[in-house]
Every structure is written in C-alpha cells, then in structure tokens.
Design a protein around this ligand. Structure first.
Ligand code: DGL
Length: 280
C-alpha cells in the first residue's frame, strides 16, 4: 500500500483524470463550484478510448495515474471517467487509504426518482456497463423501473476529434438516442464524461419531453463537502490550473481551449512505462 507523504495541506491541488478530454466536463463544474481550488488535470490520451478495453487494463492505467497525481502532491482525486470508476474506484480506495477519491457513477438514482414512464436510458461505454458499480447502482436504485443500457461506440472518439456539431455527431446521436426513446425512456442519464459536450445534440434528438441528466455538477458539490469534511477545503486565494496529457500536448491544448472556451496550455507526461501499466 502507498500512502502519500507528507500529508497534503489545503493549498494542495485536486487531481482530476480521464482517458481524454471528457473529464473536462467535470473539471469545469469543479472550477465553477470551488473557484479557489487548484486543479491538476491529466488526460491519458495515449490510451483513449478506455471504453472498449478490459476493466483490468483500465484499472492498471488508473492506478498509475493516481500514483503520479499523488507524487505531484494532490490532496484529493476525482476519477472524472465513468469507465475508470467502474474499473478501479474500489481498488484505488483500498490502495490509497485515507486519500479522498471520488468517482463517477451513472446518475440512475435521480433518474429513477423523476421518470414518469418508468423507463430510463443510460448512455455509457461497454466497460462501464460491465462493471459491478453499474450493476449495483441499478440494483439499488432502479429495481422497480426499466433501465435501457445504451452503448455509444463512436461518441467519445467524436468528442476527442472536436467535431461537436457535425453531421457525423448528429447521425451517431440519432442511432444512440432513438432506441431509448422507442423503449419509452423519458429520462436519459449521461454515463460517460465525454457526452455532456454533446448534450445539446442529445436534447435535440430526444425532444422536449425527455430530461437529460449530467452528473458533473453534483460531483463538484459532493467534492466541496468531502474537502470540508477532511479539513482540506481551500477557502481563499487564486486557483492554479495545470493540464497534463500522455498524448500530444498541443493537440490537447487546442481541444481543451475549444471545449472550455478559454485558452489552455498543456504539458506532456512521459511517465507511463509499459511495465507500470502491465503491458500495452
Ligand atoms: N470519459 C470516459 C467515461 O466517462 C471514457 C470514454 C472512453 O475513453 O471510452 O467513461
């Protein structure tokens, strides 16, 4: 087991990671809700997409990333990726005890509370649906309703490619959203952090009677509470933001600048050796 040392103080940054740019949908909510908190964002673009990969492989990537973020002095970790949360959240908490580690869980509970038709749709990756976290969430909160689990094979790649308003995205969204509507879904849960960047397109295809839930604002609020609980909340001062990628920094910077609407610079991390990752 590895414990971070020395113990991080409130001024330390929060570490946030995803396979790519999707976790920026969580980053922007954290930055909005907790404007004095510094954040290190790490995109594992050398391995994006995570969705089609085996859970064990995503778990190995996640552990290496968390270790790296803790080496950089992070005081808390947000796994801003449903797939990595499905693959690794439980193990990460066991491996880094005492470190606040938050993850993404498809927002099945709030969806179940507001559906009138008794059918909800969840859009996520195959790995997320395969994980025990999803099965447990559905079992706990949606036993009396029907859940349509919709994989969206090309969507994370389309968001990574930056074509958010293209015909290709609209065509893909129609193919993913309509089957859920045909089953009677009146609430759609975004179960992948890449998808909030195409939420307007999803709403367009779904139509007015359907609610679309992005869990990112709730995670940011929860993070605020967790930091206070651990005595780690930073109450004043200017936030510092840094962005790291295992891919090409100039490409990430351009993607993030478009998605966040403000200039982003990024640095490469080259620490992910194949051995650390259990082979690639
Ligand atoms: N953004 C990720 C998620 O929330 C994964 C997308 C991918 O890499 O397949 O699941």
């Amino acid at each position: 087991m590895t414990a971070p040392s020395p113990a991080p103080a409130a001024d330390a940054p929060i570490g946030v990671f995803d396979s790519g740019v999707g976790g920026l949908s969580v980053w922007r909510e954290i930055a909005r809700a907790l404007p004095t908190e510094s954040i290190i964002y790490l995109a594992d673009q050398a391995h994006v997409p995570y969705g089609p990969r085996p859970l064990a492989e995503v778990s190995a990537f996640s552990e290496a990333i968390v270790r790296h973020l803790l080496d950089r002095g992070c005081k808390a970790i947000v796994v801003a990726c449903n797939t990595a949360s499905a693959a690794a959240l439980k193990d990460l908490r066991a491996r880094f005890p005492g470190m606040p580690i938050l993850g993404m869980e498809p927002a099945v509970k709030p969806a179940a509370a507001i559906t009138r038709s008794g059918v909800i749709g969840v859009m996520a990756t195959p790995a997320t649906f395969a994980g025990r976290l999803y099965q447990a969430t559905v079992g706990r909160h949606a036993a009396s309703i029907r859940v349509v689990s919709q994989t969206c094979p090309r969507l994370a790649d389309l968001v990574e490619s930056g074509s958010l308003d293209s015909h290709r995205v609209d065509d893909a969204l129609r193919g993913y959203v309509r089957p859920m509507l045909d089953e009677g879904a009146d609430v759609i849960v975004l179960g992948c952090t890449h998808y909030p960047f195409v939420i307007d397109g999803i709403r367009r295809v779904a139509g007015e009677g359907v609610q679309v839930i992005d869990p990112a604002p709730a995670i940011a609020r929860h993070l605020g509470n967790v930091l206070v609980h651990h005595g780690l909340a930073r109450l004043a001062g200017a936030a510092e933001y840094s962005f790291l990628t295992t891919g090409e920094p100039s490409r990430f910077a351009a993607q993030a600048t478009t998605l966040l609407g403000s200039p982003v610079t990024a640095r490469a991390v080259s620490w992910l050796s194949p051995t650390q990752l259990g082979g690639q």
